[in-house]
Design a protein around this ligand. Structure first.
Ligand code: HEM
Length: 468
């Protein structure tokens, strides 16, 4: 009997080892059947980076997609990459298998923003921070900010209408920054707002420059400004420690306790605040700049949007100004102009992830460590989903787009938690701009600059005048 048991267990052990061996072999064979996507990798080290920048990134990606199809490989910014230009592939990476792909940013940028900012993370830390940010920018909270956002919009517009030519993008950045500060801190002492503004404007110059830490370089100045920002934010945190039950982001960050009862460190708070400012400013400002450009290019549409806004002005201002949702319903054309601008301009044309393991998708191998880039802009410009994609046509949004063909705010675990606030502040600014001001563009506005988001050349120079 004892013998029988030994033989039985030995057989089980051997068959398990054999099955494991077969499984591994099958996996290897399976793996070897998957091939890299089509495409070209360019020169050693630099890959196709120069080609991308000399051609304009949008033209580069579109010509590759035409040549190789929706999934192709390339080598840019020092990394081998797989580009994904169809909705199913974007969904696979961002929504259904996000655990196989981690967010990835250049180390130099991570250092400037702060390594604890939520978008560098996955797992439980990311989930906790995301919940705090989402709650702080929920419709219930942002709706209470409407009167203060209106004040900011009115004051910005007044400052533009002084006969001077303005750089629209720079002015929209100032507005988006002030709204960001308001939504993070509530009413903040002017001294702190000015200090944050001054140092953040130095910090942001380092985001996209060569990360050389030598004194005098933009990157070095940027690092120093980041240190000063830590100091300023530390002071604000100390002054507000007692005030931690307010519903803004600072209140939520101060109030947070993990499962062991630990609070966030000052660094974690600062990194997440700088992270939100980074995510909120240039994105919103570039969309607003493009709205101005597209409306100016189509006088008939501009008249129709103005008429819609003037109607609200005369009758139901108070009722309309209660949430993004109500505003969108009461001003459908203006809202669709925003949606169509985010499609046509696609200011975030793609996002970056990194394959955490070897991944197989649709018979293609995405090797571990390779960057994976869902190309939002290519999807937004695909004529199968958006007829005549180069045409600015807000009426196309009378019908909702097919799922995963329209992702201006991303999708999945890292989708934009600030999208309600972004739409709200754009609607508020547009209302006051369209009902009380007219403007003319100065100089050519048909070229694009990347800063790094696409905006019309020279930030769209314009002259604003108060409507009589
Ligand atoms: C029109 C303006 C905006 C656009 C087009 C935009 C777009 C996006 C996109 C595409 C993502 C996802 C990136 C990815 O998956 O890698 C994202 C993430 C994010 N956005 Fe926005 N955004 C805008 C405004 C804002 C505002 C106003 C805020 C804050 C108040 C904000 C805060 C964030 C944050 C914190 C993340 C990271 C979320 C995470 O990693 O979980 N954004 N945004």
């Amino acid at each position: 009997m004892k013998h029988f048991a030994t033989i039985f267990y030995t057989c089980i052990l051997l068959s398990s080892i054999f099955s494991y061996y077969l499984f591994k072999k099958e996996k290897r064979l399976h793996k070897s059947r998957a091939k890299l996507p089509p495409g070209s990798m360019g020169w050693p080290c630099i890959g196709e980076t120069l080609k991308m920048y000399t051609q304009d990134p949008n033209v580069f990606f579109t010509s590759k997609q035409r040549r190789y199809g929706d999934i192709f490989k390339t080598h840019i910014l020092g990394y081998p990459c797989v580009m994904l230009a169809n909705p199913e592939a974007a969904r696979f990476v961002l929504v259904s298998r996000p655990h196989l792909f981690k967010p990835t940013y250049p180390k130099s940028k991570e250092k400037l923003i702060g390594p604890s900012a939520l978008f560098f993370h996955t797992g439980s830390y990311h989930a906790c921070m995301r919940k705090l940010v989402q709650t702080s920018f929920s419709p219930e909270v942002t709706r209470k900010l409407i009167p203060d956002i209106e004040k900011l919009a009115i004051s910005c517009l007044e400052s533009w209408a002084n006969g001077q030519v303005i750089n629209t993008f720079n002015e929209m950045k100032k507005f988006a920054f002030e709204v960001g500060v308001l939504s993070i801190f509530g009413q903040l002492n002017k001294k702190y707002t000015d200090e944050l503004k001054e140092n953040y404007s130095i910090l942001e110059k380092g985001y996209n420059c060569f990360p050389l830490k030598l004194p005098g370089t933009a990157y070095h100045k940027s690092l120093k400004a980041r240190k000063r920002l830590n100091h300023i934010l530390g002071e604000i945190v100390r002054e507000n420690k007692e005030n931690k039950f307010s519903s803004n982001l600072l209140g939520h960050l101060l109030n947070f306790r993990d499962e062991n009862g630990n609070a966030l460190s000052d660094e974690q708070i600062a990194d997440n605040i700088i992270g939100v400012l980074f995510a909120a400013q240039d994105t919103t400002a570039s969309v607003l700049t493009w709205i101005l450009k597209y409306l100016t290019d189509d006088p008939k549409l501009l008249d129709a949007v103005k008429a819609e806004q003037k109607e609200i002005c005369e009758s139901e201002h108070g009722e309309t100004w209660s949430s993004t949702w109500v505003m969108a319903r009461k001003m459908p054309l203006t809202y669709r102009v925003i949606l169509e601008t985010m499609r046509k301009a696609s200011v975030i044309s793609f996002t970056f992830r990194e394959a955490a393991v070897d991944v197989e998708y649709e018979g293609y191998l995405i090797p571990k460590g390779w960057k994976v880039m869902p190309l939002f802009r290519n999807i937004h410009h695909n004529p199968d989903f958006f007829a005549e994609p180069e045409k600015f046509d807000p009426f196309r949004f009378e019908k909702p787009p097919t799922p995963y063909t329209y992702m201006p705010f991303g999708t999945g675990t890292h989708a934009c938690p600030g999208n309600e606030l972004a739409k709200l502040e754009m609607l508020v600014l547009l209302h006051h701009m369209l009902t009380k001001y007219r403007w003319e563009l100065v100089g050519s506005s048909n070229l694009i600059q990347y800063s790094p988001f696409p905006v019309p050349k020279n930030g769209l120079r314009a002259r604003f005048m108060k409507e009589l």
